[in-house]
Ligand binder design. Sequence first.
Ligand code: BGP
Length: 469
Amino acid sequence: MKHNKLKPFPANFFWGGSTSAYQIEGAWNEDGKGPSVIDMAKYPEGTADFKVASDHYHHYKEDIALLAEMGFKAYRFSIAWTRIYPNGSGEVNQKGIDFYNNLINEIVSHGIEPIVTMYHFDLPYALQQKGGWSNRETIDAFEIYAQTLFENFGDRVNYWLTINEQNMMILHGDAIGTVDPNLENPKKELYQQNHHMLVAQAKAMNLCHQLIPNAKIGPAPNIVSIYPASSKPEDIMAAYNYSAIRNWLYLDMAVFGRYNTTAWNYFEEKGYVPTILDFDMEVLASAKPDFIAFNYYTSQTVAASEGDGSDIGHTGDQHITVGEPGVYKGANNPNLKKNEFGWEIDPVGFRNTLREIYDRYNLPLIITENGLGAFDKLEEGEIVNDPYRIEFLRKHIEQMQLAITDGVEVFGFCPWSAIDLISTHQGCSKRYGFIFVNRDEFDLKDLRRIRKQSFYWYKELIATNGEKI
Ligand code: BGP
């Protein structure tokens, strides 16, 4: 729809940015922290691991001061489960609690709203060794961990996100580093793990409402509009299939507490039906999120399956469609340009996605990731020019405002990433932040922080509540 007049961004809109613990903190084995699956995973040769990352653990005061200088209203970060429970369960590590108390105090003292992801890919390795999410004990461990977070930080944290991109861990966990390489029947097992994560999420949402009634909690999947490659009815069916498996399986469960019909049918067809225990469905139906958080980088396009191996295109990236025989085939969208990493750029798709989610679930929305990875360069005079990032974000913010004008309730935008950090599986040269961190793939240099051109642009945008895009 064309609008003659745009609605302004709501007052108190959460302009902010996002990070995750393992990608920014470093200090991977300090102060009692246990190893996570990410610490133990193998990464492609030539890319940095996550051991030092941006060393935020030792720079957090300086980092939060910079976010405050940009005018951040909210900051989305994750808590490392292994700092709180080094073995996933058992003894609490007080130093981990202390670190996040200090971090949250720092954030709050600058008038920034903390938005906390409880679990962002970094499952405690000790739990993985006992079967990880295949083992129902991990549900109990997550519930206890959630309770510890609510009890220790619930007096200052009003916004909670349960699990980051559960759907990407199921669909692309091998690329992310979360899949146990020893799984015998990975796909079937992953949908069993998925079921357990959904139950764990439901329990955490209920617990949050009981223990800190004024707080709000929601899921944080990666949701994007799925386009059919053509108007061929078979292509449209493929888009329905992939939408159900990629998007609605997760949100239908989080919001309505039931399995999406198409996704369930897919489980039956492929032999992936999970074992469901008595009361699981009751727990799932009882839990209600207060909002939906989602990450959006690109739309995806699919065509009808050819029914053979040719359906499987590119593998190894969480934002490029893979395809599955008999279900859908990944396709390029000839209308869209790609970034340097082959991800299609689709700001209008962002508006489409916002509308699709809101029409379906009618809950307030917050974007917890959106952004552009690029090989930024530090120039003489402490200058980092990143006009491509400004352009990317500007176009997405414009479309978000159009979605708001369409009637979608959006209460925040936290692009990826607040500060440079290590990419999920492409090392540190692929940068996303408003703030440059001076290190190379393997040379840690001085890790000093440098404001990029986008820092000043975003600062002004926030100061004008999005009027000056
Ligand atoms: C999302 C993850 C983030 C982040 C982002 C960018 O899937 O939630 O943790 O890494 O993608 O991806 P990448 O780091 O692969 O460029």
